[in-house]
Design a protein. Structure first.
Length: 285
């Protein structure tokens, strides 16, 4: 009797799995047919983009799209979030002229292009700006410092090159600054010490050299070449909660396994919230 019960139970489970898979397939087909119907009503596709991407020979979950410039006509829009899609191409210039925008996120797409130099002139109220995990290139505009309300700037996992603009130190409302996994070069500007509200900073996997300033939340400077003494500007980070240079994820301060030399500044003693300090495997004197 027990074996029959178990067999019946297994058959029911198998039936439920088959039904779920069939429902999922049916839903996917319905989505595909709906999008193809939309495609059929589009009369002008100058780049032939939809013809190359939206068809029955490609799984619907792999279809890609572009950002229409008509979004720039939404004159009262304050938040635009197109994250986690398969968007490709560049961001239409009209998006960067939407005066009312406060929050903009294109996180994790396949977008490319450069950040307009006049972005803050057109988006003066920008508070949140994320282009992370795309294929953007070029330099990081120093004019981003003109976005005086900017609190979160995330440009990690792209192909940005050049120096970290020292003018970013003027963005004194910044709480999060993610610049990791790019091709940034040169030193870390001491002007970043002006960002007293900063809570998290990522600079890992770039080509940065010279003075270490600080980084927060992630192993932020790993795979860079940092050899100089820690500057006393670190004393300015009164909101510092997490600082990582090595591969750790603790609420600690890790500067291990680098090539720091010289003496520690006495001001480091003012970090009253610090719980753990690790400076092993360096050349401190």
């Amino acid at each position: 009797m027990m074996s029959r019960f178990l067999l019946l139970h297994c058959l029911i489970l198998i039936s439920l799995f088959i039904a779920a898979a069939a429902a999922n397939t049916s839903s996917t087909i319905t989505d595909r047919d709906g999008l193809l119907a939309l495609k059929a009503h589009i009369t002008h596709d100058p780049t032939n983009f939809l013809a190359k991407n939206w068809n029955t020979s490609t799984p619907v979950c792999n279809w890609t799209g572009t950002i229409p410039s008509q979004l720039g006509n939404l004159s009262s829009l304050q938040s635009l979030n197109l994250s986690f899609n398969r968007l490709s191409g560049s961001i239409p210039s009209a998006i960067f002229t939407m005066y009312t925008l406060k929050n903009v996120s294109f996180h994790e797409n396949q977008l490319s292009g450069q950040i307009p130099a006049n972005i803050c002139s057109s988006l003066p109220f920008l508070e949140f700006f994320s282009l992370s995990k795309n294929m953007f290139h070029g330099g990081i505009p120093s004019t981003l410092s003109n976005c005086t309300y900017l609190r979160i700037l995330s440009l990690a996992y792209n192909d940005f090159s050049g120096a970290v603009p020292r003018e970013i130190g003027n963005s004194t409302k910044l709480k999060i600054l993610y610049l990791g996994r790019n091709r940034l070069q040169g030193g870390i500007p001491r002007e970043l010490g002006n960002l007293t509200k900063l809570e998290r900073l990522q600079l890992f996997e770039n080509n940065l050299t010279g003075n270490f300033l600080y980084n927060i939340y992630m192993p932020s400077l790993i795979h860079n070449v940092l050899t100089s003494i820690i500057p006393k500007e670190i004393n300015n980070f009164i909101n510092l909660k997490e600082l990582h240079l090595h591969c750790n994820y603790n609420i600690n301060f890790y500067l291990s396994l680098n090539d720091f030399s010289g003496a520690l500044p006495k001001e480091i003693g003012n970090l009253t919230k610090l719980k753990h300090l690790s400076l092993d495997h360096n050349r401190l004197q």
